[in-house]
Design a protein around this ligand. Sequence first.
Ligand code: UDP
Length: 477
Amino acid sequence: MEEVHVRPVGLGPLETMLPTPRVERFLAAAKRARAVFGDRTVWHVNATAHGGGVAELLQTLLAYANGAGVENRWLVLDAEPRFFALTKRLHNMLHGEPGDGGPLGDDEHALYEDVLRTNLADLAGRVSARDIVVLHDPQTAGLAAGLRATGALVVWRCHVGRDHPNAVSEAAWAFLRGYVEQAHAFVFTRNAYVPDWARTGLVAIIPPSIDPLSVKNMPLSPGQVHAVLAQVGLVSGGDPDGGISFVRRDGTTGALRPHWRTGGLLVDDGPPPPSAPLVVQVSRWDRLKDMAGVMEGFARAVDDDGLDGVELMLAGPEVSGVADDPEGAEVLGECREAWRRLPPVVRRRVHLVTVPMDDPDENALVVNALQRHAAVVVQKSLVEGFGLTVTEAMWKARPVVASRLGGIQDQITDGRDGLLLQDPQDLDDFATVLRRPLADAGLAARLGAAAHARVLGEYLGDRHLEQYVDLLAALAS
Ligand code: UDP
Protein backbone atom coordinates (compact mmCIF):
# COMPACT_ATOMS: atom_id res chain seq x y z
CA MET A 1 0.00 0.00 0.00
CA GLU A 2 1.21 3.49 -0.79
CA GLU A 3 1.57 5.91 2.13
CA VAL A 4 0.62 9.56 1.62
CA HIS A 5 2.50 11.98 3.85
CA VAL A 6 0.60 15.02 5.08
CA ARG A 7 2.49 17.94 6.56
CA PRO A 8 1.11 19.07 9.96
CA VAL A 9 -0.63 22.44 10.06
CA GLY A 10 -0.93 24.25 13.38
CA LEU A 11 -3.55 26.82 14.15
CA GLY A 12 -1.09 29.34 12.68
CA PRO A 13 -2.59 31.82 10.24
CA LEU A 14 -6.07 30.34 10.72
CA GLU A 15 -6.01 32.03 14.13
CA THR A 16 -6.35 35.45 12.54
CA MET A 17 -9.52 34.37 10.72
CA LEU A 18 -11.36 32.90 13.70
CA PRO A 19 -13.14 34.59 16.61
CA THR A 20 -11.40 34.07 19.97
CA PRO A 21 -13.89 31.48 21.36
CA ARG A 22 -13.26 29.31 18.33
CA VAL A 23 -9.51 29.57 18.73
CA GLU A 24 -9.91 28.50 22.36
CA ARG A 25 -12.09 25.55 21.38
CA PHE A 26 -9.58 24.50 18.73
CA LEU A 27 -6.75 24.54 21.27
CA ALA A 28 -8.87 22.61 23.77
CA ALA A 29 -9.68 19.97 21.13
CA ALA A 30 -6.00 19.61 20.29
CA LYS A 31 -5.13 19.20 23.98
CA ARG A 32 -7.89 16.63 24.46
CA ALA A 33 -6.66 14.75 21.39
CA ARG A 34 -3.15 14.49 22.81
CA ALA A 35 -4.50 13.34 26.18
CA VAL A 36 -6.73 10.65 24.68
CA PHE A 37 -4.37 9.32 22.04
CA GLY A 38 -0.94 9.64 23.59
CA ASP A 39 1.22 7.37 21.47
CA ARG A 40 -1.62 5.71 19.51
CA THR A 41 -1.64 6.13 15.76
CA VAL A 42 -4.81 6.84 13.80
CA TRP A 43 -4.60 5.22 10.35
CA HIS A 44 -6.77 6.28 7.43
CA VAL A 45 -7.27 3.95 4.48
CA ASN A 46 -8.89 5.02 1.22
CA ALA A 47 -8.78 4.28 -2.50
CA THR A 48 -6.86 7.16 -4.07
CA ALA A 49 -4.18 9.67 -3.14
CA HIS A 50 -5.40 12.34 -5.59
CA GLY A 51 -8.59 13.47 -7.18
CA GLY A 52 -12.06 13.57 -5.72
CA GLY A 53 -13.46 14.74 -2.45
CA VAL A 54 -12.14 12.07 -0.07
CA ALA A 55 -8.47 12.66 -0.95
CA GLU A 56 -9.09 16.39 -0.64
CA LEU A 57 -10.79 16.03 2.73
CA LEU A 58 -8.04 13.80 4.11
CA GLN A 59 -5.41 16.36 3.20
CA THR A 60 -7.25 18.96 5.28
CA LEU A 61 -8.26 16.80 8.25
CA LEU A 62 -4.90 15.08 8.62
CA ALA A 63 -2.97 18.32 8.36
CA TYR A 64 -4.91 19.78 11.32
CA ALA A 65 -5.00 16.53 13.30
CA ASN A 66 -1.23 16.03 12.91
CA GLY A 67 -0.78 19.70 13.79
CA ALA A 68 -2.74 19.02 16.99
CA GLY A 69 -0.07 16.49 17.97
CA VAL A 70 -1.78 13.16 17.22
CA GLU A 71 -0.07 10.83 14.80
CA ASN A 72 -2.33 10.29 11.78
CA ARG A 73 -1.13 8.23 8.83
CA TRP A 74 -2.77 7.62 5.45
CA LEU A 75 -2.52 4.48 3.32
CA VAL A 76 -3.96 3.96 -0.15
CA LEU A 77 -5.33 0.57 -1.24
CA ASP A 78 -3.38 -1.46 -3.71
CA ALA A 79 -5.92 -2.79 -6.19
CA GLU A 80 -6.46 -3.74 -9.81
CA PRO A 81 -8.81 -2.05 -12.32
CA ARG A 82 -11.41 -4.85 -12.03
CA PHE A 83 -11.73 -4.12 -8.32
CA PHE A 84 -12.25 -0.39 -8.97
CA ALA A 85 -14.87 -1.19 -11.61
CA LEU A 86 -16.73 -3.16 -8.94
CA THR A 87 -16.35 -0.51 -6.23
CA LYS A 88 -17.44 2.25 -8.64
CA ARG A 89 -20.57 0.14 -9.25
CA LEU A 90 -21.13 -0.01 -5.48
CA HIS A 91 -20.53 3.74 -5.20
CA ASN A 92 -23.12 4.49 -7.89
CA MET A 93 -25.58 2.03 -6.37
CA LEU A 94 -25.30 3.52 -2.87
CA HIS A 95 -26.41 6.73 -4.58
CA GLY A 96 -29.39 4.76 -5.93
CA GLU A 97 -28.06 4.68 -9.50
CA PRO A 98 -27.38 1.39 -11.35
CA GLY A 99 -24.02 2.55 -12.75
CA ASP A 100 -22.67 -0.03 -15.22
CA GLY A 101 -25.56 -2.36 -14.32
CA GLY A 102 -23.19 -5.24 -13.53
CA PRO A 103 -23.93 -7.96 -10.97
CA LEU A 104 -23.09 -8.20 -7.27
CA GLY A 105 -22.93 -11.96 -6.98
CA ASP A 106 -20.52 -14.62 -5.73
CA ASP A 107 -17.81 -13.70 -8.26
CA GLU A 108 -17.90 -10.08 -7.13
CA HIS A 109 -17.68 -11.10 -3.46
CA ALA A 110 -14.69 -13.31 -4.33
CA LEU A 111 -12.89 -10.50 -6.20
CA TYR A 112 -13.62 -7.97 -3.43
CA GLU A 113 -12.38 -10.31 -0.70
CA ASP A 114 -9.27 -11.37 -2.62
CA VAL A 115 -8.05 -7.82 -3.14
CA LEU A 116 -8.76 -6.79 0.42
CA ARG A 117 -7.09 -9.91 1.86
CA THR A 118 -3.79 -8.82 0.34
CA ASN A 119 -4.21 -5.28 1.64
CA LEU A 120 -5.16 -6.58 5.08
CA ALA A 121 -1.92 -8.56 5.28
CA ASP A 122 0.01 -5.35 4.58
CA LEU A 123 -2.01 -3.38 7.13
CA ALA A 124 -1.68 -6.03 9.82
CA GLY A 125 2.10 -5.59 9.63
CA ARG A 126 1.77 -1.87 10.39
CA VAL A 127 -1.21 -1.40 12.71
CA SER A 128 -0.80 -2.19 16.40
CA ALA A 129 -3.59 -3.40 18.66
CA ARG A 130 -3.72 0.01 20.36
CA ASP A 131 -4.30 1.91 17.14
CA ILE A 132 -7.45 3.26 15.51
CA VAL A 133 -8.15 2.65 11.82
CA VAL A 134 -10.56 4.84 9.86
CA LEU A 135 -11.69 3.12 6.65
CA HIS A 136 -13.20 5.30 3.93
CA ASP A 137 -16.02 4.38 1.57
CA PRO A 138 -17.07 1.04 0.00
CA GLN A 139 -13.59 0.26 -1.34
CA THR A 140 -12.24 -0.35 2.17
CA ALA A 141 -15.37 -1.60 3.99
CA GLY A 142 -14.29 -5.25 3.70
CA LEU A 143 -11.21 -4.62 5.84
CA ALA A 144 -13.28 -4.00 9.00
CA ALA A 145 -13.54 -7.55 10.35
CA GLY A 146 -9.89 -8.46 9.73
CA LEU A 147 -8.65 -5.28 11.37
CA ARG A 148 -10.94 -5.73 14.33
CA ALA A 149 -9.39 -9.15 14.86
CA THR A 150 -5.99 -7.48 15.33
CA GLY A 151 -7.36 -5.61 18.34
CA ALA A 152 -7.46 -2.20 16.65
CA LEU A 153 -10.51 0.04 16.91
CA VAL A 154 -12.19 0.37 13.51
CA VAL A 155 -14.27 3.26 12.16
CA TRP A 156 -15.96 3.20 8.76
CA ARG A 157 -16.54 6.61 7.23
CA CYS A 158 -18.98 6.63 4.35
CA HIS A 159 -18.95 9.73 2.14
CA VAL A 160 -21.85 8.76 -0.09
CA GLY A 161 -25.52 8.13 0.48
CA ARG A 162 -29.06 8.68 -0.59
CA ASP A 163 -31.78 10.56 1.25
CA HIS A 164 -34.44 7.92 0.49
CA PRO A 165 -33.20 4.36 -0.05
CA ASN A 166 -34.36 2.61 -3.23
CA ALA A 167 -34.03 -0.99 -4.46
CA VAL A 168 -30.67 -0.25 -6.06
CA SER A 169 -29.13 1.33 -2.95
CA GLU A 170 -30.53 -1.52 -0.83
CA ALA A 171 -28.78 -4.05 -3.09
CA ALA A 172 -25.45 -2.27 -2.55
CA TRP A 173 -26.00 -2.22 1.20
CA ALA A 174 -26.83 -5.95 1.11
CA PHE A 175 -23.41 -6.52 -0.49
CA LEU A 176 -21.54 -4.37 2.03
CA ARG A 177 -23.36 -4.88 5.29
CA GLY A 178 -21.86 -8.24 6.24
CA TYR A 179 -18.39 -6.76 5.90
CA VAL A 180 -18.82 -3.39 7.46
CA GLU A 181 -21.09 -4.00 10.40
CA GLN A 182 -17.99 -5.31 12.15
CA ALA A 183 -16.75 -1.71 12.54
CA HIS A 184 -16.84 -0.21 16.06
CA ALA A 185 -18.22 3.13 14.81
CA PHE A 186 -19.62 4.76 11.69
CA VAL A 187 -19.36 8.24 10.27
CA PHE A 188 -21.81 9.62 7.71
CA THR A 189 -22.13 13.04 6.13
CA ARG A 190 -25.89 13.37 6.72
CA ASN A 191 -28.28 11.72 9.14
CA ALA A 192 -30.49 10.60 6.23
CA TYR A 193 -27.63 8.44 4.88
CA VAL A 194 -27.38 6.21 7.98
CA PRO A 195 -28.80 2.73 7.28
CA ASP A 196 -31.09 1.49 10.05
CA TRP A 197 -28.84 -1.44 10.98
CA ALA A 198 -25.93 0.95 11.71
CA ARG A 199 -27.96 3.05 14.15
CA THR A 200 -27.55 0.52 16.95
CA GLY A 201 -23.81 1.32 17.15
CA LEU A 202 -21.77 4.48 17.64
CA VAL A 203 -22.66 6.84 14.78
CA ALA A 204 -21.39 10.36 14.14
CA ILE A 205 -22.58 12.81 11.52
CA ILE A 206 -19.55 14.78 10.33
CA PRO A 207 -19.57 16.86 7.16
CA PRO A 208 -16.24 17.62 5.46
CA SER A 209 -14.32 20.88 5.73
CA ILE A 210 -11.90 22.88 3.61
CA ASP A 211 -8.54 24.38 4.45
CA PRO A 212 -8.57 28.10 3.60
CA LEU A 213 -4.76 28.11 3.49
CA SER A 214 -4.22 25.19 1.12
CA VAL A 215 -3.14 25.84 -2.47
CA LYS A 216 -6.73 25.06 -3.51
CA ASN A 217 -8.22 27.80 -1.36
CA MET A 218 -5.48 30.29 -0.46
CA PRO A 219 -6.11 33.93 -1.35
CA LEU A 220 -5.07 35.00 -4.87
CA SER A 221 -5.26 38.59 -6.10
CA PRO A 222 -7.14 39.26 -9.37
CA GLY A 223 -3.73 39.80 -11.00
CA GLN A 224 -2.49 36.39 -9.79
CA VAL A 225 -5.71 34.71 -10.95
CA HIS A 226 -5.31 36.16 -14.39
CA ALA A 227 -1.61 35.30 -14.60
CA VAL A 228 -2.25 31.65 -13.63
CA LEU A 229 -5.11 31.21 -16.09
CA ALA A 230 -3.22 32.92 -18.90
CA GLN A 231 -0.12 30.81 -18.34
CA VAL A 232 -2.07 27.55 -18.54
CA GLY A 233 -4.04 28.80 -21.53
CA LEU A 234 -7.48 29.04 -19.92
CA VAL A 235 -7.88 32.73 -20.78
CA SER A 236 -6.39 34.47 -23.78
CA GLY A 237 -3.35 36.74 -23.63
CA GLY A 238 -0.71 36.63 -20.95
CA ASP A 239 2.73 35.16 -20.79
CA PRO A 240 2.91 31.38 -21.30
CA ASP A 241 6.22 31.38 -19.45
CA GLY A 242 5.19 33.73 -16.69
CA GLY A 243 7.44 32.11 -14.09
CA ILE A 244 4.68 31.51 -11.55
CA SER A 245 5.74 29.44 -8.56
CA PHE A 246 3.82 28.02 -5.63
CA VAL A 247 4.54 26.24 -2.36
CA ARG A 248 3.35 22.66 -2.29
CA ARG A 249 1.67 21.01 0.67
CA ASP A 250 4.94 19.23 1.48
CA GLY A 251 6.79 22.55 1.69
CA THR A 252 8.68 22.23 -1.62
CA THR A 253 8.35 24.86 -4.31
CA GLY A 254 6.73 24.09 -7.66
CA ALA A 255 6.71 26.06 -10.90
CA LEU A 256 3.52 26.33 -12.92
CA ARG A 257 4.09 24.70 -16.31
CA PRO A 258 3.04 26.44 -19.52
CA HIS A 259 -0.20 25.38 -21.11
CA TRP A 260 1.18 22.96 -23.69
CA ARG A 261 2.33 20.83 -20.77
CA THR A 262 -0.67 21.22 -18.50
CA GLY A 263 -3.53 19.69 -20.50
CA GLY A 264 -5.90 22.55 -20.97
CA LEU A 265 -8.57 23.13 -23.55
CA LEU A 266 -9.77 20.04 -25.34
CA VAL A 267 -12.26 20.96 -27.98
CA ASP A 268 -12.64 24.56 -29.03
CA ASP A 269 -11.32 27.41 -31.05
CA GLY A 270 -9.35 29.06 -28.29
CA PRO A 271 -9.72 30.29 -24.72
CA PRO A 272 -12.19 32.97 -23.65
CA PRO A 273 -10.96 36.53 -23.23
CA PRO A 274 -10.24 37.44 -19.60
CA SER A 275 -13.16 39.89 -19.65
CA ALA A 276 -15.79 37.23 -20.49
CA PRO A 277 -18.03 36.37 -17.52
CA LEU A 278 -17.40 32.68 -16.99
CA VAL A 279 -19.77 29.99 -15.73
CA VAL A 280 -17.63 27.20 -14.24
CA GLN A 281 -18.18 23.65 -13.05
CA VAL A 282 -15.21 21.69 -11.66
CA SER A 283 -15.84 17.94 -11.29
CA ARG A 284 -14.48 14.50 -11.88
CA TRP A 285 -15.71 13.08 -15.23
CA ASP A 286 -18.62 11.22 -13.67
CA ARG A 287 -22.12 10.92 -15.16
CA LEU A 288 -23.62 11.88 -11.81
CA LYS A 289 -21.96 15.32 -12.11
CA ASP A 290 -23.94 15.82 -15.35
CA MET A 291 -21.36 17.93 -17.21
CA ALA A 292 -23.29 17.19 -20.45
CA GLY A 293 -26.48 18.52 -18.84
CA VAL A 294 -24.68 21.72 -17.84
CA MET A 295 -23.76 22.27 -21.51
CA GLU A 296 -27.33 21.66 -22.66
CA GLY A 297 -28.74 23.94 -19.97
CA PHE A 298 -26.23 26.64 -20.89
CA ALA A 299 -27.27 26.28 -24.56
CA ARG A 300 -30.87 26.78 -23.52
CA ALA A 301 -30.00 29.90 -21.53
CA VAL A 302 -28.11 31.28 -24.54
CA ASP A 303 -31.03 30.41 -26.80
CA ASP A 304 -33.52 32.24 -24.55
CA ASP A 305 -31.66 35.42 -23.92
CA GLY A 306 -28.21 35.42 -25.55
CA LEU A 307 -26.32 35.78 -22.22
CA ASP A 308 -24.23 38.48 -23.79
CA GLY A 309 -20.53 37.54 -23.75
CA VAL A 310 -20.93 34.81 -21.09
CA GLU A 311 -18.91 31.62 -21.66
CA LEU A 312 -18.96 28.19 -19.98
CA MET A 313 -15.95 26.22 -18.78
CA LEU A 314 -16.17 22.62 -17.56
CA ALA A 315 -12.98 21.45 -15.89
CA GLY A 316 -11.97 18.06 -14.56
CA PRO A 317 -8.86 16.01 -13.87
CA GLU A 318 -6.89 14.35 -16.63
CA VAL A 319 -8.63 11.01 -16.85
CA SER A 320 -5.66 8.92 -15.87
CA GLY A 321 -5.40 11.02 -12.70
CA VAL A 322 -8.05 9.45 -10.44
CA ALA A 323 -7.10 5.84 -9.80
CA ASP A 324 -10.39 4.58 -8.37
CA ASP A 325 -12.63 6.15 -11.06
CA PRO A 326 -12.51 3.86 -14.09
CA GLU A 327 -15.41 5.58 -15.90
CA GLY A 328 -13.59 8.90 -16.38
CA ALA A 329 -12.36 8.37 -19.97
CA GLU A 330 -15.75 7.15 -21.14
CA VAL A 331 -17.61 10.06 -19.54
CA LEU A 332 -15.15 12.60 -20.92
CA GLY A 333 -15.73 11.05 -24.36
CA GLU A 334 -19.49 11.49 -23.88
CA CYS A 335 -18.93 15.14 -22.95
CA ARG A 336 -16.94 15.70 -26.12
CA GLU A 337 -19.81 14.17 -28.10
CA ALA A 338 -22.32 16.41 -26.30
CA TRP A 339 -20.08 19.40 -27.10
CA ARG A 340 -20.08 18.47 -30.80
CA ARG A 341 -23.88 18.33 -30.79
CA LEU A 342 -24.19 21.93 -29.51
CA PRO A 343 -25.27 24.56 -32.05
CA PRO A 344 -22.08 26.18 -33.43
CA VAL A 345 -23.01 29.57 -31.99
CA VAL A 346 -23.05 28.04 -28.49
CA ARG A 347 -20.17 25.63 -29.06
CA ARG A 348 -17.56 28.31 -29.44
CA ARG A 349 -18.53 29.66 -26.03
CA VAL A 350 -18.19 26.28 -24.28
CA HIS A 351 -14.79 25.01 -23.16
CA LEU A 352 -13.90 21.53 -21.89
CA VAL A 353 -10.72 21.45 -19.87
CA THR A 354 -8.62 18.70 -18.35
CA VAL A 355 -6.09 19.59 -15.69
CA PRO A 356 -3.21 17.16 -15.01
CA MET A 357 -3.03 15.48 -11.62
CA ASP A 358 0.64 14.44 -11.70
CA ASP A 359 1.39 17.47 -9.53
CA PRO A 360 -1.75 17.78 -7.34
CA ASP A 361 -0.71 21.20 -6.03
CA GLU A 362 -0.34 22.59 -9.54
CA ASN A 363 -3.80 21.17 -10.28
CA ALA A 364 -5.10 22.82 -7.09
CA LEU A 365 -3.63 26.20 -8.06
CA VAL A 366 -5.36 26.08 -11.44
CA VAL A 367 -8.68 25.04 -9.85
CA ASN A 368 -8.33 27.82 -7.27
CA ALA A 369 -7.77 30.44 -9.99
CA LEU A 370 -10.63 29.10 -12.09
CA GLN A 371 -13.08 29.13 -9.19
CA ARG A 372 -12.03 32.69 -8.28
CA HIS A 373 -12.32 33.85 -11.88
CA ALA A 374 -15.85 32.44 -12.25
CA ALA A 375 -18.80 34.82 -12.47
CA VAL A 376 -20.97 31.89 -11.33
CA VAL A 377 -19.95 28.43 -10.13
CA VAL A 378 -22.40 25.63 -10.85
CA GLN A 379 -22.68 22.12 -9.43
CA LYS A 380 -25.55 20.51 -11.33
CA SER A 381 -25.00 17.04 -9.84
CA LEU A 382 -27.69 14.38 -10.11
CA VAL A 383 -26.63 13.01 -6.71
CA GLU A 384 -24.07 14.37 -4.27
CA GLY A 385 -22.99 13.09 -0.84
CA PHE A 386 -21.42 16.47 -0.09
CA GLY A 387 -20.10 18.82 -2.76
CA LEU A 388 -16.65 20.02 -1.73
CA THR A 389 -16.54 22.09 -4.94
CA VAL A 390 -19.60 23.96 -3.66
CA THR A 391 -17.94 24.88 -0.37
CA GLU A 392 -14.67 25.77 -2.12
CA ALA A 393 -16.50 28.20 -4.43
CA MET A 394 -18.54 29.65 -1.54
CA TRP A 395 -15.33 30.32 0.37
CA LYS A 396 -14.16 32.31 -2.67
CA ALA A 397 -17.35 34.40 -2.39
CA ARG A 398 -18.73 33.12 -5.67
CA PRO A 399 -22.47 32.91 -6.31
CA VAL A 400 -23.15 29.17 -6.59
CA VAL A 401 -26.01 27.50 -8.47
CA ALA A 402 -26.34 23.88 -7.35
CA SER A 403 -28.80 21.00 -7.21
CA ARG A 404 -31.12 20.76 -4.21
CA LEU A 405 -30.12 17.27 -3.14
CA GLY A 406 -27.86 15.31 -0.81
CA GLY A 407 -25.36 17.29 1.20
CA ILE A 408 -25.78 20.39 -0.98
CA GLN A 409 -29.07 21.05 0.82
CA ASP A 410 -27.08 21.49 4.03
CA GLN A 411 -24.35 23.55 2.39
CA ILE A 412 -26.56 26.18 0.73
CA THR A 413 -29.63 28.03 2.01
CA ASP A 414 -31.51 28.89 -1.15
CA GLY A 415 -31.61 32.59 -1.93
CA ARG A 416 -29.36 33.51 1.00
CA ASP A 417 -25.92 32.07 0.32
CA GLY A 418 -26.48 30.41 -3.07
CA LEU A 419 -29.23 29.32 -5.45
CA LEU A 420 -30.68 25.81 -5.53
CA LEU A 421 -32.14 23.94 -8.48
CA GLN A 422 -35.38 22.21 -7.43
CA ASP A 423 -34.96 19.57 -10.10
CA PRO A 424 -31.50 19.34 -11.66
CA GLN A 425 -32.96 17.52 -14.70
CA ASP A 426 -35.12 20.55 -15.53
CA LEU A 427 -32.90 22.43 -17.98
CA ASP A 428 -35.33 25.33 -18.40
CA ASP A 429 -35.19 25.94 -14.67
CA PHE A 430 -31.39 25.68 -14.77
CA ALA A 431 -31.30 28.31 -17.53
CA THR A 432 -33.62 30.60 -15.55
CA VAL A 433 -31.72 30.27 -12.26
CA LEU A 434 -28.32 30.65 -13.95
CA ARG A 435 -29.39 33.95 -15.52
CA ARG A 436 -30.25 35.53 -12.15
CA PRO A 437 -26.72 36.15 -10.74
CA LEU A 438 -25.39 36.82 -14.26
CA ALA A 439 -27.95 39.54 -14.83
CA ASP A 440 -27.88 41.06 -11.34
CA ALA A 441 -24.45 42.05 -10.02
CA GLY A 442 -25.94 43.09 -6.67
CA LEU A 443 -27.50 39.67 -6.15
CA ALA A 444 -24.24 37.95 -7.16
CA ALA A 445 -22.27 40.02 -4.63
CA ARG A 446 -24.81 39.44 -1.82
CA LEU A 447 -24.88 35.67 -2.41
CA GLY A 448 -21.09 35.55 -2.59
CA ALA A 449 -20.57 37.48 0.65
CA ALA A 450 -23.14 35.33 2.52
CA ALA A 451 -21.55 32.19 1.06
CA HIS A 452 -18.12 33.13 2.39
CA ALA A 453 -19.57 33.87 5.83
CA ARG A 454 -21.37 30.52 5.86
CA VAL A 455 -18.18 28.57 5.15
CA LEU A 456 -16.27 30.58 7.75
CA GLY A 457 -18.97 29.69 10.29
CA GLU A 458 -19.44 25.99 9.53
CA TYR A 459 -16.99 24.38 7.15
CA LEU A 460 -13.41 25.04 8.28
CA GLY A 461 -10.95 22.57 9.78
CA ASP A 462 -11.46 23.53 13.43
CA ARG A 463 -15.10 22.34 13.45
CA HIS A 464 -14.08 19.14 11.67
CA LEU A 465 -11.19 18.47 14.06
CA GLU A 466 -13.43 18.94 17.10
CA GLN A 467 -16.02 16.45 15.82
CA TYR A 468 -13.29 14.00 14.89
CA VAL A 469 -11.69 14.19 18.33
CA ASP A 470 -15.12 13.80 20.00
CA LEU A 471 -15.79 10.64 18.03
CA LEU A 472 -12.39 9.07 18.61
CA ALA A 473 -12.50 9.96 22.30
CA ALA A 474 -15.94 8.29 22.63
CA LEU A 475 -14.58 5.25 20.84
CA ALA A 476 -11.43 4.99 22.90
CA SER A 477 -13.13 5.48 26.30
N1 UDP B 1 -10.97 18.51 -8.10
C1 UDP B 1 -9.68 18.89 -8.40
N2 UDP B 1 -9.29 18.91 -9.70
C2 UDP B 1 -10.13 18.60 -10.70
C3 UDP B 1 -11.47 18.22 -10.39
C4 UDP B 1 -11.85 18.18 -9.06
O1 UDP B 1 -8.88 19.21 -7.51
O2 UDP B 1 -9.72 18.65 -11.87
C5 UDP B 1 -11.35 18.52 -6.68
C6 UDP B 1 -12.37 19.57 -6.31
O3 UDP B 1 -11.75 20.85 -6.21
C7 UDP B 1 -12.87 19.01 -4.99
C8 UDP B 1 -12.83 17.50 -5.23
O4 UDP B 1 -11.93 17.29 -6.32
O5 UDP B 1 -11.98 19.33 -3.95
C9 UDP B 1 -14.20 16.96 -5.62
O6 UDP B 1 -14.93 16.80 -4.45
P1 UDP B 1 -16.51 16.76 -4.45
O7 UDP B 1 -16.94 16.51 -3.05
O8 UDP B 1 -17.06 18.00 -5.10
O9 UDP B 1 -16.90 15.54 -5.42
P2 UDP B 1 -16.40 14.01 -5.47
O10 UDP B 1 -15.33 13.97 -6.51
O11 UDP B 1 -15.93 13.62 -4.11
O12 UDP B 1 -17.63 13.26 -5.91
